[in-house]
Design a protein around this ligand. Structure first.
Ligand code: CTP
Ligand code: MG
Length: 380
């Protein structure tokens, strides 16, 4: 093997203990069928309400409720699609949030309703009295497709879910799973896991596998190519794991994940890119300078009279909230190639997150017994 020499790499006995405990944790965190039932009921309820407010509407689950990577008591992400093209064009995301938010307020089965109009992707957040927390988005086709991509990766190998569940649990316990406060979304962590598993040869790049021998098709979705190989039962015709990848344990893969992001990944110059099956440089993507821009979807009170480029004064008069794009931790979205999923990470939170990668690698390299428990000690 050409694996780099790693003086901290634990023995296979340690890996076996970590694997055993990781699998126990995964079973404990598997959602019960009863929870699925409550989610389905809420989905139906939201679908009725969306139809009432907008006429013909469809409500689809995405995120962990659609990709097979949910932990017990996970939030539900849903997206409302208006079936009429005309309606969809008329109702802006911010207006959608207002209208559905105001309607939900009238029902006492919904609590803590928040209208997040200033988010990059405007959403309504709420808690249902049956105990489910829910985010409601709007016309987000790409989210449906990236959910399906993650689900496909999950189906390639059962170890994907095992690794993801431990990483999600660890990130939540260590309080580095909140994009609103500068850390990473679960979606970001799943992309990081897929990246490491691609490097290890455990996962292929589904976006470059084509049945037959044709070239990669272009399937448009909101201006991006949403093509990927989804026929997982027939994947073996086009791609096989190496024997080495096939025998790696969940414990080894977890250690490799933390080791890689603690000491190998070059934050200053590299971009994690699962759609290219490896790394890109920040330079090649022109992701070198942070920049701010007015919120693209927020209504602008003083819209310029014509299409002329805005002057300094007009820019200053723009009262829309400012969106800050940062390129400190670069994780390319698999479809929306100009979107850095690590955008919320600032200098301070990057320091914290990297510290957590190092802490985790250290814990797993010491003693397998109880390592998973120590890994997930609550911070603060
Ligand atoms: N998403 C996205 N871009 C982001 C964050 C999220 O497109 N920057 C979409 C993805 O479709 C993702 C979904 O929102 O699958 C949900 O994201 P998130 O809640 O972070 O992931 P979950 O898998 O739902 O994790 P959790 O169970 O922790 O909620
Ligand atoms: Mg979610």
């Amino acid at each position: 093997s050409d694996r780099k020499y790693d003086p901290y790499r634990p023995s296979s006995h340690v890996f076996d203990l970590i694997t055993r405990d990781a699998k126990i944790l995964c079973q404990e965190l598997d959602p019960m069928p009863e929870e699925e039932t409550r989610k389905l009921a809420l989905l139906q309820r939201l679908s009725d309400i969306a139809n009432e407010v907008f006429g013909q509407a469809e409500v689809l689950p995405f995120g962990s409720s659609g990709n097979g990577l949910a932990l017990a008591n996970a939030d539900m992400d849903v997206c409302v699609f208006l079936n009429s093209q005309q309606m969809a064009e008329e109702v802006s995301p911010v207006e959608f949030v207002e209208r559905i938010g105001d309607r939900l307020e009238k029902d006492n089965e919904f609590e803590n309703i928040l209208q997040l109009k200033r988010a990059r992707v405007p959403i309504v957040k709420l808690n249902h009295i049956n105990g489910i927390a829910c985010d409601i988005g709007y016309q987000n086709d790409l989210a449906i497709w990236n959910t399906r991509l993650l689900r496909a990766y999950c189906r390639v190998d059962t170890r994907v879910r095992d690794v993801v569940v431990v990483i999600k649990k660890w990130a939540k316990c260590r309080k580095i799973n909140n994009p609103y406060t500068g850390s990473l979304s679960s979606y970001a962590y799943v992309l990081l896991v897929i990246h490491v598993l691609q490097r290890q040869g455990v996962l292929p790049n589904l976006q470059t596998i084509v049945s037959g021998n044709g070239k990669i098709p272009y399937w448009d979705c909101q201006g991006f190519n949403r093509y990927f190989f989804e026929d997982i039962p027939n994947l073996a015709r086009y791609w096989q794991q190496t024997p080495e990848a096939a025998t790696q344990t969940v414990g080894e893969l977890l250690y490799e994940f933390f080791r890689y992001f603690a000491s190998e990944f070059r934050y200053a110059s590299h971009v994690v890119s699962i759609r290219s099956g490896g790394l890109l440089t920040k330079e090649s993507k022109e992701w070198t300078k942070d920049f701010t821009q007015p919120h693209p979807q927020h209504p602008q009170p003083q819209a310029p009279a014509d299409d002329a480029p805005q002057s300094e004064e007009q820019m200053q008069a723009d009262t829309r909230p400012i969106v800050k794009n940062r390129y400190l931790f670069c994780i390319e979205d698999p479809f929306e190639l100009n979107h850095n999923i690590g955008r919320p990470v600032d200098r301070y939170s990057l320091f914290t997150i990297r510290g957590e990668f190092m802490r985790a690698a250290k814990i797993l390299s010491k003693n397998g017994d109880g390592a998973i428990t120590r890994l997930c000690y609550e911070r603060e």
